[in-house]
Design a protein. Structure first.
Length: 162
């Protein structure tokens, strides 16, 4: 049923826009249960420091409706709802003007560069000529078959020659 894909896409969009899951739960089982029973946390409550355009929450809520009959019935309907929302002038005004810049955290000291006086051998390593156990086994079986064939041929020729 394509409506389950619409639900999944709405969950992914929610996560992409908020950086958080649409439900709060302490255990994976509780999270699964909330998918079936609870409405998603409103975007503005989930990430209060961001301003989301009016209407976005309603579009996602409809796509994440618990009953498939209450969702968008086709991906085209969902896409149309999103494109109408994105192209509205109100959606541009509601976006935050700037996002906070978080400097990268360095948790360990930088490794010292390797000295250039010790060149690294860049020649590729060639495979050894050693035969693996499967090759030896194959040769042994072939030799045994050859010996058995010669013995059988000798016995048949003696029998035919009598």
């Amino acid at each position: 049923d394509a409506r389950s894909d619409i639900y999944s896409l709405a969950v992914i969009l929610y996560e992409a826009m908020t950086g958080k899951l649409p439900f709060m739960a302490k255990t994976p089982m509780e999270y699964i249960q909330k998918h079936v029973t609870a409405a998603p946390i409103p975007l503005d409550e989930r990430v209060p420091e961001l301003r989301f355009p009016p209407g976005l929450g309603e579009v996602l809520n409809k796509a994440m409706a618990k009953k498939p009959v209450d969702r968008y019935q086709t991906a085209r309907e969902f896409a149309d709802a999103l494109s109408a929302f994105i192209s509205s002038p109100m959606s541009m005004e509601a976006r935050p003007h700037s996002m906070p810049v978080i400097p990268p955290q360095i948790s360990s000291p930088q490794a010292a560069p390797m000295p250039l006086s010790n060149p690294v051998n860049s020649a590729p390593t060639l495979p050894s000529n050693r035969r693996g156990p499967s090759t030896g086994l194959l040769i042994g079986v072939a030799a045994a078959c050859l010996v058995a064939g010669v013995i059988l041929a000798v016995v048949v020729m003696r029998f035919v020659g009598q």
